[in-house]
Design a protein around this ligand. Structure first.
Ligand code: COA
Length: 326
C-alpha cells in the first residue's frame, strides 16, 4: 500500500475557494470537506502515481510486478497512457502497463482488472494505482465542482494468494449506464468536440457536474451494488467490519451506509481533509486506515464507488496485513 498527496493545502477559507459565492459552513455541512490538496503547476498525475507506486512496491517488498494499471480521469496526456511512463519511472522495465478510465469508480475497476489477470494466470503480481489531479480539469469559478474536487494518488500491490489469507479479494461486481454520461462530463477536448479553443468554449474543457442528479444515482447504485456483492459472498450486512465508499460527499457516504445497514463505527472516511480525489479516494482512505491501525487484518471489508459514465462497482475483501514503507 502506498499513497501520495500534493503539498499544497487549500482550505475552504483559502483562495480560490474563498472567492466563490459560497461559505466554509456551506461546504462543510453539504459535503463534509474542510480542506483538500491541489498540485502546483507542473506537477502531474503521473508524478503522484510514481510516488504512491514506489511506496506500494516498497511496502510489499517487491522490485517487480507483471502488470501496472493506472486508473485516472486526468491522464498526463490524451495519448499515450500514463501507466507505461509510471512503470518506467518505477524501474519496472517493459512490463505490460495500461490506463483505466472509469472516473470515480476507477480504483474498483482497476482492482477488478488486476484480480482478473491474476485469477486467469496472466499475472502473479499487479501494481494498481489510482491517481488524479482533478484540480487540472476544474473550473475554479464553478462552485458546484471547485469546492469538491481534489488531487492525490493511492496504490496497492495485488498478488496471487489463498482465499483464507488477509487481503483476499473475494468478490467484485461492476456496472455502467452510458445513458447518464452527461451527469459528469468534460464536453470538449475529446473527439466529439476537439476544437473548443475560445472564450466560454474553453470552459467546456473542465469537468461539469449535475450535482443533485449525480448524488441520487450515486446513492442508488452504490447501495444496489454493495448489496449484490454482500449477497455473492453470503455475508449478512452485520458482518461488515470496514466500509469504504468513494469519497464523493460525506452525505452520500452516510446515506449509502444507512441504506445498506452499516453502522457509522464501521465506516471509514477522510473526505474532511482530502476532498473528492476520484479514483484515488478509496486507496487514500485505506492507506490512512492502515497507518492508524484502524482495521484488523482479515476484517471483512466492503469497498464501493460510483462515478461519471455512469460507472459503479463494489468489492468484498478481507483487510490486508500491510507493513507500510514510510
Ligand atoms: N456554495 C453555496 N451554495 C451552493 C453551492 C456552493 N458551493 N453549490 C450549490 N449551491 C446552492 C445551489 O445554488 C442551491 O441553491 P437554491 O436552493 O437557492 O437553488 C442549493 O445550494 C442546493 O444546491 P444543490 O446543487 O442541490 O446542492 P447539493 O446539496 O446537491 O450539493 C454537490 C452540491 C455538488 C456538493 C452535491 O450535489 C454532490 O456532492 N453531488 C454528487 C457528487 C457525486 O456523486 N460525485 C460522484 C462522482 S465524482
Amino acid at each position: 500500500m502506498g499513497a501520495e498527496l500534493p503539498e499544497r493545502v487549500v482550505r475552504n477559507t483559502d483562495e480560490p475557494i474563498s472567492l466563490l459565492d459560497t461559505t466554509d459552513e456551506w461546504i462543510r455541512s453539504r459535503t463534509g470537506i474542510e480542506r483538500r490538496r491541489w498540485v502546483r503547476p507542473g506537477e502531474s498525475t503521473g508524478d503522484l502515481a510514481v510516488r504512491a507506486g514506489r511506496r506500494a512496491l516498497d511496502s510489499a517488498g517487491v522490485a517487480d510486478v507483471d502488470l501496472v494499471v493506472v486508473s485516472t480521469t486526468t491522464p498526463d496526456h490524451h495519448s499515450p497512457g500514463t501507466a507505461p511512463w509510471v512503470a518506467a519511472q518505477l524501474g519496472l522495465g517493459t512490463v505490460p502497463a495500461f490506463d483505466i478510465a472509469a472516473a470515480c469508480s476507477g480504483f474498483v475497476y482497476a482492482v477488478a482488472a488486476g484480480d482478473a489477470w491474476i485469477r486467469s494466470g496472466l499475472a502473479k503480481r499487479v501494481l494498481v494505482i489510482g491517481a488524479e489531479t482533478l484540480s487540472t480539469i476544474t473550473d475554479v469559478s464553478d462552485r458546484g465542482t471547485a469546492v469538491v474536487f481534489a488531487d492525490g494518488a493511492g496504490a496497492i500491490v495485488l498478488r496471487r494468494g489463498e482465499t483464507g489469507e488477509a487481503g483476499a479479494v473475494l468478490s467484485v461486481r461492476l456496472g455502467s449506464d452510458g445513458t447518464q454520461k452527461d451527469l459528469a462530463v468534460i464536453a470538449a477536448g475529446g473527439a466529439r468536440w476537439p476544437d473548443a479553443q475560445q472564450g466560454a468554449e474553453r470552459g467546456e474543457r473542465c469537468l461539469r457536474m449535475q450535482g443533485p442528479q449525480m448524488f441520487a444515482h450515486a446513492v442508488r447504485r452504490m447501495t444496489e451494488v454493495s448489496r449484490g456483492v454482500l449477497e455473492h459472498v453470503s455475508w449478512p450486512v452485520g458482518a461488515v467490519e470496514a466500509f469504504i465508499g468513494h469519497q464523493a460527499n460525506q452525505r452520500i457516504l452516510d446515506k449509502v451506509a444507512e441504506l445498506v445497514g452499516i453502522p457509522p463505527e464501521h465506516c471509514l472516511s477522510n473526505i474532511r481533509s482530502v476532498g473528492n480525489t476520484s479514483s484515488a479516494s478509496i486507496p487514500l482512505v485505506m492507506d490512512e486506515a492502515v497507518r492508524d491501525k484502524a482495521v484488523d487484518p482479515g476484517a471483512r471489508t466492503l469497498l464501493t464507488a460510483f462515478g461519471g459514465g455512469a460507472v459503479w462497482g463494489a468489492i468484498a475483501m478481507t483487510w490486508p496485513d500491510i507493513r507500510l514503507s514510510i
